[in-house]
Design a protein around this ligand. Structure first.
Ligand code: ZN
Ligand code: FE
Ligand code: FE
Ligand code: ZN
Length: 255
């Protein structure tokens, strides 16, 4: 039995920087993955870089690092009424992450947007957020829900139990056969907690929703971060394996 998380499926090799998308640019991320003992790394750039991505770069990286499985995904900003999802998913991605970074035109997780929380009743906001997550699931385009409870990033907590507010979304995820990720980025935001919260992950487990892991690294030294915390949470909840994706097919890895 292995005793660690050996994959990281949420890595932004371009961060928020400028292309070009070259092997030299991504190499430090892969090197770090190897150094941390990962066996699989999933490069999932923000969709804004879709046109800049060079699939030859992935081919070259695979040749440079034969000991590591390199998967290629994309993190997509889900918005209600988007008509172009079909064209976004036309490339040979191993997986697509559907993320709700925006509510009714408000990019709540961006720097400077925190004040917007004051305009909402917090339970209404959570409801609205999880409605959009349910739509991510129902759309049929994605394999993984990104950072399931990102709306908590600044520590605004719902009054009603979050599992209640999220139940519809979780059922939609289960119905769609999608995975959620344990995303380490929350540890480094004001909330200082993994996404999702333990009670949400427990509910995912009860609904047989598979889980993967993502550091959400934007810098090489962030690859694989938070794995110890994630492993502890997974074990506490009862998960004994993680899932990965290749050509949009799910496979499992024992923990
Ligand atoms: Zn980002
Ligand atoms: Fe995101
Ligand atoms: Fe991300
Ligand atoms: Zn993300």
């Amino acid at each position: 039995m292995s005793t660690d998380i050996t994959l990281d499926f949420h890595v932004h090799g371009l961060g928020h920087g400028e292309p070009p998308h070259t092997p030299a640019r991504l190499e430090p991320f892969i090197r770090q993955a190897a150094k941390k003992g990962l066996r699989e790394i999933g490069l999932a750039e923000h969709e804004w870089y879709k046109e800049a991505l060079k699939f030859e770069t992935f081919t070259e990286l695979r040749q440079m690092f034969p000991g590591l499985e390199i998967r290629v995904g994309l993190e997509i900003d889900f918005r209600r009424g988007r008509q172009d999802l079909g064209s976004l998913v036309a490339c040979p991605w191993d997986y697509l992450i559907g993320s709700v970074h925006e509510i009714d035109g408000w990019s709540y997780d961006e720097p400077g947007e925190e004040d917007g929380f004051a305009a909402w009743d917090i339970d209404e906001l959570y409801r609205r957020y999880f409605q959009l997550v349910a739509e991510v699931a129902a759309s049929g385009y994605f394999q993984i829900v990104g950072h399931l409870d990102l709306i908590k990033l600044y520590g605004h907590r719902s009054r009603r139990p979050v599992v209640e507010l999220a139940e519809g979304a979780l059922r939609a995820i289960a119905r769609a056969g999608m995975a959620v990720e344990i995303n380490a980025a929350g540890l480094f935001r004001p909330v200082k907690e993994l996404y999702p919260a333990p009670e949400l992950l427990s509910r995912c487990f009860a609904l047989n929703i598979p889980v993967t892991f993502g550091s959400d690294a934007h810098e090489p030294d962030q690859v694989g971060r938070g794995r110890a915390e994630a492993l502890e949470l997974l074990r506490r909840v009862g998960y004994t394996r993680l899932v990965g994706f290749k050509q949009q097919e799910m496979y499992t890895r024992n923990l």
